[in-house]
Design a protein around this ligand. Structure first.
Ligand code: CU1
Ligand code: CU1
Length: 286
């Protein structure tokens, strides 16, 4: 049993060890396997095939498993590390220590969005982007998008999602307007509200965090650890509500064989959502 901490409470040496483990996974090639896997499972609901990671009820259990496998890979390098979480409702500016030179590094320069500071800046020699759609080799960011500012979601917005009593609802995709899952995942129809909660954070960081290979930016893991923590908070607030759909969807359902019910094994690990509901089997949050 180990603990995942708020990133703002990490000591200097905890940050140094986490960065060291990330750089070693990158050097060994393991890191990019996780990035490619995320890209491979980035299936949108416009596509007529199984959708396990995004725009789907299994958004939470799939990412919990993904983070856990990644964390186990980090712990093989350094057993003392775990993935911290970024509570962006309080650390909500580019001035946060999260973006300092000893941790994630800062925003991208204006000409090409290239990150120039910190351990993941291409020019510092240890972080070359391999798995992505376009050809740049460097990490990019545009924190807060100063050219057309976007703000991080507020605590009130997160609390509204946590108040949703039901986990998810038909049609189990990006168009659902009720339910905890999509209120947090954050898909909505157009307008200023287009990017909410989880999605808006990807938008706020900008650069590579915007696409299917978003784990190219190591802040991905800290963002998703917070999503995972929010799932535990929702479970605590609604002990009588559970993961939905409980039963496999029928043949007549438009989402037949496209979404994963409680006991359907999720690729690529063949882990069922029902096996991932209790995070305390693996770790705790501080
Ligand atoms: Cu994802
Ligand atoms: Cu995400």
């Amino acid at each position: 049993m180990y603990t995942r901490k708020n990133q703002r409470n990490l000591t200097r040496s905890e940050k140094r060890r986490l960065v060291g483990a990330l750089l070693e996974l990158k050097r060994s090639g393991r890191y990019d396997e996780f990035v490619s896997m995320h890209g491979e499972y980035y299936v949108s609901d416009a596509e007529d095939r199984p959708r396990v990671a995004h725009m789907t009820p299994s958004f939470f259990p799939w990412h919990r498993t993904f983070l856990l496998k990644f964390e186990q890979a980090l712990q093989k390098v350094d057993p003392s590390v775990s993935v911290p979480y970024w509570d962006w409702t309080s650390d909500n500016t580019p001035a946060s220590s999260l973006w300092a030179e000893d941790f994630m590094g800062g925003t991208g320069r204006s000409s090409d969005r290239q990150v120039m500071t910190g351990p993941f800046a291409y020019r510092n020699g240890n972080w070359r982007i391999n798995a992505r759609i376009t050809d740049g080799r460097f990490l990019t960011r545009d924190l807060g998008r100063p050219g057309n500012p976007v703000s991080l979601p507020t605590k009130a917005e997160v609390d509204a999602a946590l108040n949703e009593p039901v986990y998810d609802a038909a049609p189990w995709d990006s168009t659902v307007t009720t339910g905890f899952r999509n209120r947090i995942e954050g898909w909505s129809a157009g307008g200023a509200d287009r990017w909410r909660n989880h999605n808006r954070v990807h938008r706020w960081v900008g650069g590579l965090m915007m696409g299917a290979t978003s784990p190219d930016d190591p802040v991905f893991w800290l963002h998703h650890a917070f999503m995972d923590l929010l799932w535990t908070r929702w479970q605590g607030a609604h002990p009588r509500s559970g993961y939905l759909p409980r039963q496999r969807l029928g043949r007549s359902d438009p989402q037949y064989r496209r979404v994963f019910s409680l006991d359907e094994p999720m690729p690529p690990w063949d882990v069922k959502p029902s096996e991932m509901l209790d995070h305390t089997r693996f770790y705790r949050y501080a």
